[in-house]
Design a protein around this ligand. Structure first.
Ligand code: ADP
Ligand code: MG
Length: 289
């Protein structure tokens, strides 16, 4: 039977805007020694702005941005939304067919009878697009038109205001491993990892690779009776939410699939609420035992 006080814990959590989908998760939360995070929308605001547009000649910046925006029109990825916001031109000049998005990778479409591929370096490699050697400190997506490299667009996002404090509070609560699991590039991943004080950073991950990283972390934690939480926003990480001992979703963005896959939903999207939740779980445990 479930100890009554765990229901008290659920009530306390809900007063902080944290929805816990069962008292068993409070017990699991007292044993968390590893918290893994998605980046975009979880530790960062998930609101990119376009910072640089580098077309290959003879394309103009406006033309490259327009083609990218045309392809990204039906994507709900935060990068796609930033490109659409940046492009203020005419969209009717593009006739768009056969749009296909690959999670954590990019998007392709036929635009004015040309095959357009947009995404990260892996997306380019997979489509055998040869690119100039590129160095980027930003989140950068690459564009190819009819198998020719056509340029790049860089975007930038900011950490959430409470992200750094959230990580340091977790460490004080005995969470020995704070981990970033991101599909973004190594440079961006390392910068944010350093800025926020995360212990470990994994970059360039596809959604399926995020799942295997969580499995590895889980095996390691379980050997010492510890447990693993994953925190995500539901964009490309729903399978990871489902696989962790405790899947914690940022609920404010309203990704239904994430809210459904998660064990815990943080309604106001603040990473600091994870520490609040662990504190509630530990306080509840003291009352029960
Ligand atoms: P994160 O782990 O930061 O949440 P994602 O897994 O959502 O990142 O995406 C990883 C990378 O895949 C992005 O940084 C981007 O390079 C590429 N990507 C994903 N979706 C798109 C898209 N719709 N358009 C362009 N690039 C995309
Ligand atoms: Mg994501």
């Amino acid at each position: 039977s479930v100890p009554l006080s765990f229901f008290g814990g659920i009530g306390a959590a809900s007063r902080h805007g944290i929805l816990v989908k069962g008292s068993n998760f409070l017990e699991v939360l007292t044993r968390i020694n590893t918290v893994a995070f998605d980046k975009t929308g979880t530790l960062t605001q998930g609101q990119f702005t376009v910072s640089e547009i580098k077309p290959e000649a003879p394309l103009t910046k406006q033309r490259l941005l327009g083609i990218a925006a045309a392809a990204e029109q039906h994507s709900n990825h935060p990068i796609a939304r930033s490109i659409l916001t940046a492009y203020q031109g005419d969209m009717a000049q593009f006739s768009i067919h056969d749009v296909h998005e690959t999670a954590g990778h990019g998007i392709q479409a036929t635009i004015n009878d040309q095959l357009v591929v947009i995404g990260n370096t892996q997306a380019m490699a997979e489509n055998h697009i040869s690119m100039p050697v590129t160095q980027t400190d930003c989140t950068t997506i690459y564009v190819a038109i009819d198998h020719q490299f056509a340029g790049s667009i860089s975007v930038a996002d900011q950490p959430k205001p409470d992200a750094k404090a959230a990580i340091s509070t977790l460490k004080q609560l005995g969470v020995a491993h704070t981990v970033l699991l991101t599909g973004d590039n190594r440079s961006v991943a390392d910068q944010i990892g350093h800025k926020l004080g995360l212990n470990h950073v994994e970059a360039d991950l596809l959604p399926a690779q995020k799942v295997s990283k969580i499995e590895t972390l889980t095996l390691a934690a379980h050997t010492a009776q510890h447990r693993v939480a994953f925190v995500g926003d539901g964009i490309n990480d729903t399978p990871v939410l489902a696989r962790a001992d405790v899947g914690i979703a940022m609920g404010g963005l309203g990704a239904d699939a994430a809210i459904e896959a998660a064990d815990v939903v943080i309604m106001d999207d603040k990473p600091s609420k994870i520490a609040t939740l662990i504190q509630i779980a530990k306080a509840t445990q003291r009352i029960v035992w």
